[in-house]
Design a protein around this ligand. Structure first.
Ligand SMILES: NC(=O)c1ccc[n+]([C@@H]2O[C@H](COP(=O)([O-])OP(=O)(O)OC[C@H]3O[C@@H](n4cnc5c(N)ncnc54)[C@H](O)[C@@H]3O)[C@@H](O)[C@H]2O)c1
Length: 346
């Protein structure tokens, strides 16, 4: 793979983040793009290069495409991922990997059979504050981890939900839990390990025009013993920065937005002073709008995928790991529907 070529399927909101990310990588280029809406594909190609093609098949079979980026709505990932794998292309798929574990497993099986790499775009795992938290967990600095919590108090106006049909249909992947909070639920699993049991409560506080939860509260039981709490909403005007908290018997770390706002351990290490300076208050983290975040983390995820292909290793964010987050989110929906705690499926 000399100059990696990308084929894009789905040229909506998130495609800008991929287009910009690819554009920043040495030698990488967009070869082609497609969208059900031909005007969107043409606009994407005009902005980021390559040609607009009529079908997903044309993108997946293009000889100059090495990696296909699947950026379609949540319930329409598997068909494109499987097609790309069958053409021998590596794949980056947007989050959540799919809407069911069965479709996710079919994507995984197709990529394994074709011996291609598959990454899921859970790019927040690359945030510097998260990377230092993960390293501290792995180094045992927290001792026994006792709590892992995420607070996502955001705002999306009704117009956001009505801007595209899929944004207001639960079966298509809409709803604050699977759509917005997915990243932060994923961070909790990334940091504290798999969740075995959940209890969730879901409600619609300010968006009566759509039949979705705009607010979710959940208690998570982690396999390693910690307890977690997730509060996620798109009802809270004007929205506050995302907050992730880890507390252990020997230390506490808190991220707000991209900043490390608390970093305190019984045993101070030389790097701790610098860690406390991570992040900037100016960085936008999507609290107030769907496109209000930077593309740097997408760029890191795409760069890691290229390194993974060159080095013959798994990408940093595998679909196997994103599948655990999906299983947890699906258990949360079941728990809220049934009104009782639910075990997370294997
Ligand atoms: N990683 C992130 O932070 C992040 C942020 C936003 C969205 N996303 C994810 O990206 C995906 C797309 O979200 P979006 O906000 O860009 O949605 P969008 O509706 O703005 O864009 C999706 C595009 O896909 C096209 N499309 C739908 N079905 C298609 C098909 N079968 N073939 C070709 N094109 C098709 C639509 O016409 C549309 O242009 C979703 O999975 C979403 O969860 C991730």
């Amino acid at each position: 793979m000399g100059q990696p070529g990308f084929g894009i399927i789905g040229c909506g909101l998130v495609s800008d983040f991929h287009g910009k990310g690819i554009g920043e990588l040495d030698g990488a280029r967009v070869v082609c793009a497609t969208d059900m809406n031909a005007e969107r594909a043409a606009a994407f190609a005009a902005k980021y290069g390559g040609e607009a093609l009529a079908t997903s098949e044309a993108v997946c079979s293009h000889p100059e495409v090495d990696i296909v980026s699947v950026l379609t709505p949540n319930a329409h990932h598997a068909e494109h991922v499987i097609r790309a794998a069958e053409h021998g292309k590596h794949v980056i798929v947007e989050k959540p990997p799919e809407m069911t574990l069965g479709k996710t497993d079919r994507m995984l099986a197709a990529c394994r059979a074709a011996n291609v790499r598959l990454a899921v775009s859970l790019q927040v795992r690359f945030r510097t504050a998260i990377r230092v938290m993960k390293a501290a967990v792995e180094a045992g600095r927290f001792g026994r981890l006792l709590a892992a919590d995420a607070y996502m108090k955001w705002h999306r106006p009704t117009a956001y939900y009505l801007s595209d049909a899929w944004r207001s249909r639960r079966e298509e992947g809409a709803g604050v839990t699977i759509q917005h909070a997915f990243h932060y639920l994923d961070l909790l699993l990334h940091l504290a390990g798999p969740v075995t049991d959940v209890q969730a409560w879901m409600t619609n506080l300010i968006h009566p025009e759509v039949e979705l939860e705009d607010t979710c509260t959940a208690r998570l039981a982690f396999a390693r013993g910690a307890e977690g709490f997730l509060r996620a909403s798109t009802a809270m005007y004007p929205g506050t920065d995302i907050r992730i908290e880890l507390n252990g018997e020997n230390g506490t770390a808190v991220m707000v937005g991209e900043r490390v706002v608390q970093w305190q351990f019984r045993e101070e290490q030389p790097e701790d002073e610098e860690i406390r300076r991570i992040g900037s208050e100016a960085a936008q983290t999507a609290a107030t709008g769907a496109a209000a975040f930077g593309h740097a983390e997408h760029a890191r995820l795409i760069a890691d995928m290229l390194d993974a292909i060159r080095e013959g290793r798994d990408p940093y964010v595998t679909v196997e790991s994103g599948r655990q987050t999906l299983a947890t989110a699906l258990a949360m929906y079941e728990s809220a529907d049934r009104g009782c705690p639910v075990k997370v499926a294997d």
